[in-house]
Ligand binder design. Structure first.
Ligand code: G3H
Length: 250
């Protein structure tokens, strides 16, 4: 199974900086043989307004595209919402569902997240489902918490989902100085993987880590994770280049 590196730009970069960053990273992706041969998959999730222009830049490159959110509805009277149908038509392959910031700042609960996951499935998008405990607790409690979030999100799923990415992001490690400890991350991700192996609705599940991730982390996490979900520490394309090289080597 190939390793997955996703970068959410959140709302950090403005439109012009986003497009510059995407052009730089697309060039880096094309020069890396592991990305070219599919051993490492690389995706960027810019804000909605940049998706169309981003799709033009990434066309024909190995840099894939995703969105940071979607509506649980596909069309209709839903002011301000963006449908999975449009995201797929724009060229997105991935969509983030249930990020901690959406849960905390925008009131997304288990019902909304399950609806969004089902919308991703309906529209042929691969969900990047974000889960993670809010406070520092031991790995057993953290994994239990994440498994509850996953069960809630998959609750409404009808039929199979070709591909699911679980982004394990302990809330307390997001926006921090450093990631969660490697022992903790390894233990939680191993347990998530083991429990998900019995759920046959997603045909392929990858578990990645996010939360202040950057260069040097993959070597510590080893094969306990299938990749990383990056934020601030990928804003410098050269830092991301370093992470790609590390993902290629591991
Ligand atoms: O979406 C990415 C994660 O929330 C991590 O963000 P961060 O690396 O800036 O903490």
């Amino acid at each position: 199974m190939s390793r997955f590196l996703g970068v959410s730009l959140k709302m950090y970069l403005d439109h012009r900086s986003t497009l510059r960053w995407i052009a730089d990273v697309a060039a880096i992706a094309d020069e890396q043989s592991a990305v070219a041969d599919g051993t490492v998959q690389l995706a960027v999730l810019p804000s909605f307004v940049s998706l169309q222009a981003a799709a033009r830049i990434t066309a024909g490159t190995r840099l894939e595209l995703g969105a940071q959110d979607l509506s649980w509805a596909d069309s209709g009277a839903f002011t301000g919402e963006v449908s999975g149908r449009d995201l797929a038509a724009l060229g997105c392959r991935y969509v983030e569902v249930g990020h901690a910031e959406r849960r905390r700042l925008f009131g997304e609960d288990a019902v909304i997240i399950a609806g969004k996951l089902a919308a991703a499935q309906r529209n042929g998008l691969t969900p990047i489902l974000c889960v993670g405990e809010e406070e520092r607790v031991d790995e057993e409690e953290a994994a239990d918490f994440c498994l509850d979030q996953i069960a809630g999100a998959l609750g409404d799923l009808d039929g199979e989902l070709p591909e699911l990415i679980i982004a394990y992001e302990p809330v307390w490690a997001i926006g921090a100085d450093r990631p969660a400890g490697a022992d903790h991350v390894r233990a939680v991700c191993r347990r998530l993987r083991a429990e998900l192996a019995d759920d046959h609705r997603p045909q392929q599940v990858r578990v990645i880590y996010g939360g202040s991730a950057g260069p040097g982390l993959l070597a510590q996490l080893g094969d306990a994770v299938d990749g990383l979900f990056l934020g601030r520490f990928a804003h410098d394309p050269q830092q991301l280049r370093q992470v790609i090289i590390e993902a290629s080597a591991s």
